[in-house]
Design a protein around this ligand. Structure first.
Ligand code: G3P
Length: 501
């Protein structure tokens, strides 16, 4: 009997369930979006109860679509939007506040206060690999404990639990208040600003600095092992849950970037470039993050350098939803193709400040270079080009940190269907851009982590053998033109600084 592995991908805008066969092919999928709650400028929240309900819906629907039953599935993996923070009541399983999303900037003052204790933005980098920034979970936990009545005391008393979305989904999947497993993996824990990168354990001093009681924290287990069994009435009930990877690390895994020096770029809500650095932890001097790439069972952890870009695909959504210039995200390619170039326009989408390599929470978005000549097509083009220019910034930083220039870039995610963008990306980076046949690398990576734990796949060679190239774009822009445009972009970026302070 053919068997499969299911993966739950709890992302920033939607939740999916995908089922894969042994060759890494998608045999079933379902997806549903959730609400983006924006109570004020710079704040972004999700409703964790809505998200859990969506997990139940998409798992049932995905299996039903392919006529699969529980016995057809061997195991389940989880992947997730990282950093997004949920705090819930251990007794009832009810969240005490909406989830505070990774894009949310409400902890800016807290981050600055912590930096002022000494070391500034770099205070925790030697231990965590991260700058002090609103992006990460630790300060978000503190914000919830400070702003929900009685929460700080209840946390001290051991009544509350914290989790990133992997932990929230796993807790509910394995039984919620009736015996739910409270676990995370090192890829997610490494995004909290609370985990020591060497020991893969919570750093007590940082937790104390940030006012996060250790009793709220989940246990850190590897990315690939059996954490528990799914319970309840859904079709996954009774199956082991045996893989957890943050979504960007999962995509790195799904792209088979399993050797040092291999990198991928995922074009989602934001863009995330990850370079596998092996068991060596490379500390960035150029604004990148050092993060855990994966840890399989009791093997040593593999690390990555990461360039995180907050706004790329979500800028296309913004053009659609907030300006109404396009009706669907897919329309942007045709509109951008209606003009020959950007008409001198550059759009720096610093909606959540700027992440890598700048880490400027004081930055806000700007469109520069406008003249009366500029039309909707130029604006659409500037939106797409912003993704490629931001990617160039983090690849430049990566080349400087690693000392070895990247020779090609594997890409995946929603925007890689956009030919115009992919060609422009190859042009601006001056390296080939390669898209795999299975573009669903995030869910696939989580399936691999889960399947490896139960012997469904035997090891990295199985995963490498499943990876196949679909399409490659080679650079064709001349050097002078490329560098002129990139210089303009860098000038545009400086125009966004010092705005929100
Ligand atoms: O760090 C945030 C990242 O994990 C979000 O990814 O794909 O949900 O935009 P995505």
């Amino acid at each position: 009997m053919t068997q499969y592995v299911a993966a739950v991908d709890q992302g920033t805008t939607s939740t999916r369930c995908m089922v894969f066969d042994h060759s890494g092919r998608v045999v079933a999928a379902d997806q549903v979006e959730h609400r983006q709650i924006m109570p004020r400028a710079g704040w972004v929240e999700h409703d964790p109860a809505e998200i859990w309900e969506n997990v139940r819906r998409v798992t049932a629907a995905a299996l039903a679509k392919a006529d699969l039953v529980t016995e057809d599935v061997v195991t389940v993996g989880i992947t997730n939007q990282r950093e997004t923070t949920v705090v819930w009541d251990r007794a009832t399983g009810k969240p005490i506040h909406n989830a505070v999303v990774w894009q949310d900037t409400r902890t800016d003052a807290t981050c600055r206060k912590l930096g002022a204790l000494g070391g500034g933005q770099e205070r925790y980098r030697p231990r965590t690999g991260l700058p002090l920034a609103t992006y990460f979970s630790g300060p978000k936990i503190r914000w919830i404990l400070d702003n929900v009545e009685g929460a700080a005391e209840r946390a001290e008393a051991g009544e509350l639990a914290f989790g990133t979305m992997d932990t929230w989904v796993l807790w509910n999947l394995t039984g919620g208040p009736h015996g739910g497993v409270h676990v995370t993996d090192p890829t997610n824990a490494s995004r909290t600003l609370l985990m020591d990168l060497d020991s893969l354990s919570w750093d007590e001093e940082i937790c104390a600095d940030m006012g996060v009681p250790p009793s709220v924290l989940p246990e850190i287990r590897s990315s690939s092992e059996v954490y528990g069994k799914a319970r309840g009435r859904g079709p996954l009930s009774g199956l082991p849950v045996s893989g957890i990877l943050g979504d960007q690390q999962a995509a790195t895994f799904g792209q088979a970037c399993l050797s040092p020096g291999e990198a991928k770029n995922t074009y989602g809500t934001g863009n995330f470039v990850l370079l596998n650095t092996g068991t060596e932890k490379v500390m960035s001097e150029n604004g990148l993050l050092t993060t855990v790439c994966y840890q399989l069972g009791d093997q040593p952890p593999v690390y990555a350098l990461e360039g995180s870009i907050a706004v790329t695909g979500s800028l296309v959504q913004w053009l659609r939803d907030n300006l109404g210039i396009i009706r669907s995200a897919g329309e942007i390619e045709e509109l951008a193709g209606s003009v020959d170039d950007n008409g001198g326009t550059y759009f720096v989408p610093a909606f959540s400040g700027l992440f890598a390599p700048h880490w400027r929470s004081d930055a806000r978005g700007a469109i520069v270079g406008l003249t009366r000549y500029v039309n909707r097509g130029h604006l659409a083009r500037a939106v797409l080009e912003a993704t490629a220019f931001q990617t160039r910034e983090v690849i430049d930083a990566m080349n400087a940190d690693s000392g070895v220039p990247l020779k090609s870039l594997k890409v995946d995610g929603g925007m890689v269907v956009n030919e115009l963008l992919m060609q422009f990306q190859a042009d601006i980076l001056n390296v080939p851009v390669i898209r795999p046949v299975v573009n669903e690398t995030t869910a696939l990576g989580a399936a691999y982590a889960a399947g490896l734990a139960v012997g469904f796949w035997s090891g990295p060679d199985d995963i490498r053998a499943n990876w196949a190239k679909d399409r490659e774009w080679t650079p064709r822009m001349d050097e002078a033109h490329r560098e002129e445009q990139y210089a303009n972009w860098k000038k545009a970026v400086t125009r966004t600084f010092d705005w929100a302070r």
